[in-house]
Design a binder for this molecule. Structure first.
Ligand SMILES: O=P(O)(O)OC[C@H]1O[C@@H](O)[C@H](O)[C@@H](O)[C@@H]1O
Length: 216
């Protein structure tokens, strides 16, 4: 049996520039950091608390402060991205075909539940997914494998029978750590950024790609 596990941000929707903008405001303007665009981009994976600790160290914030910063960041992201919210080209058709073919599908994302709801409910695609694993459902986020092993377990599918769709190197690493192959959408990172990964089946700009279509 074959199953598909989708990362959300940057993979199903091309929204990483909006996350980067919101993180830059929080990290540089609000918290006094001096991070470059590249530093923000390369640290923008995993749970929001993990991002804050990578950028500022583990002693700076309480959990409550990190929760507040995270909510502020996500409110800005949702406000600024809302009018642009759309699935990647070809994904609507791909989801429908996979669903009709009986391929079980899940989401394994580092986003908080309100951001996942924002995408799934505004685009009316929740019914395609039998399992949704958010930041709140895992102890450690990507590159830890739990964001992918947990949805696989919920689908009742073995890791080697799952294909992960991802857009960032740490997500591809999480798939590797879960024992899964990955297809990379190059919305956010160029192919060179994945040079040290050997679990990548294919790189594609969107879901109109012939290799991706052939997975069903
Ligand atoms: O795991 P996903 O769906 O790509 O989500 C990752 C992103 O989710 C966002 O909510 C975080 O603020 C980002 O820092 C993170 O990179």
């Amino acid at each position: 049996m074959k199953a598909f596990i989708f990362d959300l941000n940057g993979t199903m929707v091309n929204d990483m520039p909006y996350h980067a903008k919101a993180w830059t405001r929080i990290a540089n303007q609000e918290l006094g950091g001096n991070f470059t665009d590249t530093e923000i981009k390369n640290n923008m994976y995993g749970k929001n608390a993990e991002v804050l600790i990578r950028l500022f160290g583990s002693d700076r914030f309480t959990d409550a402060e990190m929760d507040k910063l995270s909510e502020d960041k996500e409110e800005q992201y949702r406000r600024e991205y809302k009018d642009e919210l759309a699935l990647l080209p070809g994904l609507t058709e791909f989801l429908e075909r996979a669903y009709q073919a009986g391929i079980p599908m899940a989401i394994g994302s580092a986003a908080i539940p309100s951001n996942i709801d924002f995408v799934l409910d505004n685009l009316n695609i929740r019914h395609y997914f039998k399992a949704i694993v958010s930041a709140h459902d895992v102890t450690h986020s990507k590159p830890d494998p739990e964001s992918f092993t947990k949805p696989a377990a919920l689908l009742g599918v073995k890791p080697e029978d799952c294909i992960v769709f991802e857009d960032v190197p740490k997500g591809a690493e999480a798939a590797h750590n879960a024992g899964m192959k990955a297809v990379i959408l190059t919305t956010t990172h160029p192919i060179e950024d994945f040079a040290d990964r050997d679990n990548i089946l294919h790189f594609a700009v969107d879901f109109n790609d012939d290799y991706i279509k052939g997975l069903i």
